[in-house]
Write a protein that binds this ligand. Structure first.
Ligand code: ZN
Length: 278
């Protein structure tokens, strides 16, 4: 039985979120998830290709084939982005080179502060909102539990991935010990092509206006992330991959054969499998 599982790389995002964000509501999400989307440009970037309405359609408005429609589809109407706002463009009053010299949180802060201190139409991110920063020119792309930092020319698929991090979703993995997406990636990371949280290696669907669109969310896998995080990774100390593989095998055996599951009527997955085969 192959079971995709979640990850300790997620620890990075969780750790950073404690440092940088106060709005780390847990899963599951229901109803409106409010985002403040800030468009920020460097002082020497030249002409900006898209206006604020382009990003309102891409992120916020429904019926546009953008991000809002995506979350509506994959959550069966359970999650929406109502109450979110897209504001900009704000001038950060720093050059592209100065922006590149900042660390990631410095880049986020430069945009948030540019919005707050704008000479006209200033905007303060409301408490509790998640923050998406979009810059022109593009300098970075990442997400953390509480926000996302995006290039101006991002595909809606990449946007969904980083916004997924923004609502606390972690990368998906397979248990293939031979798969490595990049030098900096962990073994198995990004190896679920049907899940947007493997965007670096996921199937893509072209959209009319917003580049490649995302595949779905592998919901049952995402549900297991919470259990894996609370009952395994959080308790784990390990020194190398060999040790990790042994401990993962132990955890998977426990998960499948010994651990009662609320969703299975307090039975183990193995007991439920036997029942179904009778
Ligand atoms: Zn990611």
């Amino acid at each position: 039985m192959k079971r995709y599982y979640a990850i300790s790389v997620a620890m990075f995002f969780i750790f950073q979120s404690f440092l940088h964000s106060a709005q780390a509501d847990g899963r599951p999400f229901r109803g409106s998830v409010k985002w403040s989307v800030l468009l920020c440009h460097f002082s020497d970037g030249g002409a900006i290709p898209h206006d604020v309405n382009y990003y309102r359609d891409m992120f916020l408005n429904q019926g546009t084939g953008g991000l809002s429609d995506y979350w509506d589809d994959i959550s069966y109407g359970g999650v929406n982005l109502n109450g979110s706002e897209v504001r900009g463009w704000f001038n950060m009053n720093i050059t592209l080179a100065q922006g590149q010299a900042l660390d990631r949180w410095g880049r986020v802060d430069a945009c948030v502060n540019a919005a707050k201190n704008a000479p006209a139409d200033a905007y303060q991110v409301p408490t509790g909102n998640r923050v998406a920063v979009i810059t022109f020119p593009s300098i970075d792309m990442f997400g953390w539990n509480g926000g996302a930092f995006l290039p101006h020319d991002i595909d809606v698929g990449g946007m969904a991935h980083e916004v997924g991090h923004g609502i606390s979703l972690n990368h998906s993995f397979s248990d293939d010990p031979n798969y490595r997406n990049a030098d900096w990636a962990a073994i198995g990371e990004y190896d679920d092509p049907w899940d947007v949280m493997s965007w670096g290696n996921a199937f893509r669907v072209p959209t009319a206006n917003f580049g490649d669109g995302p595949v779905g969310l592998n919901g049952k896998v995402e549900r297991s992330h919470g259990t894996d995080q609370r009952e395994f990774y959080q308790l784990l100390t390990y020194t190398d991959d060999v040790d990790l593989h042994a401990k993962l095998a132990e955890w998977e055996a426990f998960y499948n054969y010994y651990r009662p599951h609320g969703g299975l009527g307090v039975k183990t997955p193995y007991e439920r499998l036997i029942e179904k085969m009778r």
